[in-house]
Design a binder for this molecule. Structure first.
Ligand code: B12
Ligand code: SF4
Length: 450
C-alpha cells in the first residue's frame, strides 16, 4: 500500500494554518513509524509545520499523529481524506487518551505504542477490514528498536546543514533514551499515557545511534525524553558512555538532577548544554495542588545554582494561574526568574488535556471554560482560576513574559554566563532577543511559543 504519514500543524486564531520555514529540531514520530512499517509498503512523510498536505495525493492509507491543539487539524484532515475514500489511522498521545472520539474521524485508532499493533492495522486495512480501536497489548521492549532514517527527519534542512555552520549550531538532532515518567503530576499527558511507567533503552544501542548521527557531521543532540533521569543509575551509565563522543546535548529533566551531584557532574561532562525544567510554580501550595510536591519550591534557588554552576543553561517552564496562585504571584515569579538567572522561559496556563486526572477534576468542578480542542494550547484561559479572574490570569501571563524578555531582564539574566558557556549564552542571547521581537509583533500567538 502507499502510506502517507502526517504531523499536522494547528490553526491560528484567525483560522489560518500556523506555518514556519525553520525549526530547531524535529520530532521522531513519523520516521519512527516509517521504520516500523514492513518494506512491502511505500511510505512518505509530511510535517505540516513546513510543508502543505496535498489532499488529492494518491495514497491508500493516511496515518496522522497529533499534539495538543493540532488534534483539531488532524480531525479535519482525517475527515477530508476519508471523504475521498482514503483509509485513515489516528495515533499518539491525545488520541490514546480519547480513542472513542478519535474513532469518529478514523477507520482505525492506535491507542498506546505502535510497536505491537501497527503491522496488524496495516494488514487489516489492506484486507478491507478494521477492528476500530487497536490497543497496544503491552509496553514495548525498548531493546532492538528499529532504526530511523535520519535523512527523513521531517524538519531537517539537509542542504542548510551541509552549508551553514550557524544552522549546524541551531539544529538539534533528536534521539530517545527513555519513555515515560514515574511522577504523578495530575495535568501531565505523558505520565497518563505511560501510566507512570518508565523504561530506558540499552545504553550501547543509544551510543551506536549517537555515533551514527555524529557520522553525519552533527554534534548537537536533543533528547526527546520527558524525564531521562527518572532512573538515575541508568542515566549515569548513559552520560558516562557519552563523554568520549564530545557532543553537546539538551533535554527536559526534573529538578531532581540538581540533587544528585554525581549525576549532574556526569551530565555536564557528557556535554549537557541546557535543561528544560518544569518548575511550574514558585508556590509550594500550587505545586501540591497539581501533585508536583517533589519540586520543593523553597529549594529552587539552591538547585538552579547547582545546575548553572556546572555550565548548564536553565530553560524554565512555569505554569501561571494554579490554585495556590494569587495576582501577587506574577511579580514574585518574575523576580525569582531574574534573580536565579533563568536563561529562557516557557509559560503555561493550566491546560486540562482530556484523559488526565486534571481534566476529570476540573470537569467535575465545572471549571472548564473552553471545549474547542483547537484552543488547547499553553496560553489560553481554559480553566477558571480560583484566586483571580481569567482576565487577571491572562494579564499576569503577559506581564511575566514581557518582563522576562525585556532587554534589561535579558542582560541581567545572561550576564555573566554560566562557567564555560560563552558561546551557548551568545546563542541564547539571540534567542531571547528573537522572543522579545516576537512578543511585540505576534500578540495573539504567545500560546504556542515552543
Ligand atoms: C518532539 C516534540 C515536539 C517538537 C516537534 C514536533 C514536530 N512537528 O516534529 C515540537 C517542539 C515542535 C513540539 C511542539 C508541540 N508539542 Co510536542 N512533543 C514532542 C515530544 C517531546 C516527542 C515526540 C516524539 O517525537 N516522540 C518519539 C516518538 C517515536 O514517540 P511518539 O510520538 O509517542 O509515538 C509513539 C506512539 O505515541 C505512537 N504514535 C504516535 N503517533 C502515532 C500516529 C499513528 C498513525 C500511529 C499508528 C501511532 C502513533 O506510536 C509511536 C511508537 O510507539 C513529545 C513528548 C513525548 N514524550 O512524546 C511532546 C508532546 C507530544 N507535545 C505536546 C504538545 C502539547 C506540543 C505543543 C502543542 C505545545 C505547545 N506549544 O502548545 C506543540 C505543537 C505546536 C505545533 N503546531 O507543532 C504534548 C502532547 C499532549 C497531548 N495530550 O496531546 C507532548 C506529549 C508533551 C507533553 N509533555 O505533554 N513537540
Ligand atoms: S515530572 Fe514532568 S513528565 Fe513526569 S509526570 Fe511530572 S510533568 Fe509529567
Amino acid at each position: 500500500m502507499r502510506i502517507l504519514l502526517i504531523s499536522p500543524t494547528h490553526y491560528n486564531a484567525d483560522g489560518s494554518l500556523h506555518k514556519t520555514t525553520r525549526y530547531w529540531t524535529s520530532g521522531l514520530t513519523l520516521p519512527y513509524l516509517e521504520a516500523l512499517t514492513p518494506d512491502e509498503h511505500q511510505v512518505s512523510l509530511v510535517d505540516e509545520l513546513f510543508y502543505d498536505v496535498d489532499l488529492k495525493t494518491d495514497v491508500d492509507v493516511v496515518g496522522l499523529t497529533a499534539m495538543g491543539p493540532q488534534i483539531k487539524r488532524a480531525y479535519d484532515l482525517a475527515d477530508q481524506f476519508r471523504a475521498r475514500g482514503v483509509k485513515v489511522v489516528l495515533g499518539g498521545t491525545w488520541v490514546t487518551l480519547n480513542p472513542d472520539e478519535s474513532l469518529l474521524h478514523a477507520d482505525a485508532v492506535v491507542a498506546g505504542e505502535a510497536e505491537d499493533v501497527w503491522v496488524q492495522v496495516l494488514d487489516d486495512l489492506a484486507g478491507g477490514r478494521s477492528q476500530g480501536i487497536y490497543r497496544a497489548p503491552r509496553r514495548a521492549s525498548l531493546a532492538d528498536l528499529p532504526r530511523v532514517d535520519y535523512m527523513h527527519l521531517p524538519l531537517l534542512k539537509w542542504d542548510a546543514f551541509k552549508t551553514s555552520w550557524l544552522y549546524r549550531m541551531y539544529f538539534h538532532w533528536p534521539i530517545v533514551f527513555s519513555r515515560g515518567c514515574p511522577h504523578p503530576c495530575e495535568y501531565c499527558a505523558v505520565q497518563t499515557f505511560y501510566e507512570r511507567s518508565f523504561r530506558t533503552r540499552p545504553v550501547p544501542e543509544v551510543i551506536d545511534e549517537l555515533k551514527a548521527i555524529k557520522a553525519l557531521g552533527a554534534d548537537r543532540i536533543l533528547f526527546l525524553d520527558d524525564n531521562p533521569v527518572a532512573n538515575p543509575e541508568a542515566a549515569k551509565e548513559l552520560f558516562a558512555a557519552m563523554i568520549p563522543l564530545k557532543l553537546k546535548w539538551a533535554s527536559q529533566s526534573t529538578i531532581n538532577i540538581a540533587r544528585d551531584p554525581e549525576l549532574l557532574d556526569l551530565a555536564a561532562r557528557s556535554g549537557c548544554a541546557s535543561l528544560s525544567i518544569g518548575l511550574e510554580s514558585v508556590h509550594q501550595a500550587s505545586l501540591e495542588s497539581i501533585r508536583k510536591g517533589f519540586n520543593q519550591a523553597p529549594r529552587f534557588a539552591e538547585d538552579l545554582a547547582a545546575i548553572r554552576n556546572k555550565g548548564i543553561q536553565i530553560i524554565g517552564l512555569l505554569m501561571v494561574g494554579l490554585d495556590g496562585d494569587t495576582v501577587e504571584t506574577f511579580p514574585r515569579s518574575l523576580e525569582f526568574l531574574m534573580e536565579n538567572k533563568v536563561t529562557f522561559l516557557k509559560l503555561f496556563t493550566p491546560c486540562p488535556y482530556p484523559g488526565t486526572k486534571f481534566y476529570d477534576d476540573m470537569m467535575a468542578a465545572g471549571r472548564i471554560e473552553v471545549g474547542d480542542w483547537g484552543r488547547y494550547d499553553y496560553g489560553s484561559a481554559l480553566v477558571r482560576p480560583t484566586h483571580m479572574s481569567a482576565e487577571e490570569m491572562m494579564d499576569g501571563f503577559k506581564y511575566v513574559y514581557q518582563g522576562f524578555y525585556s532587554v534589561p531582564s535579558i542582560l541581567k539574566r545572561l550576564v555573566p554566563p554560566p562557567p564555560g558557556s560563552v558561546l551557548e549564552t551568545m546563542a541564547y542571547l539571540v534567542a531571547n532577543l528573537k522572543v522579545n521581537r516576537f512578543l511585540k509583533s505576534n500578540e495573539d500567538a504567545w500560546a504556542t511559543i515552543s
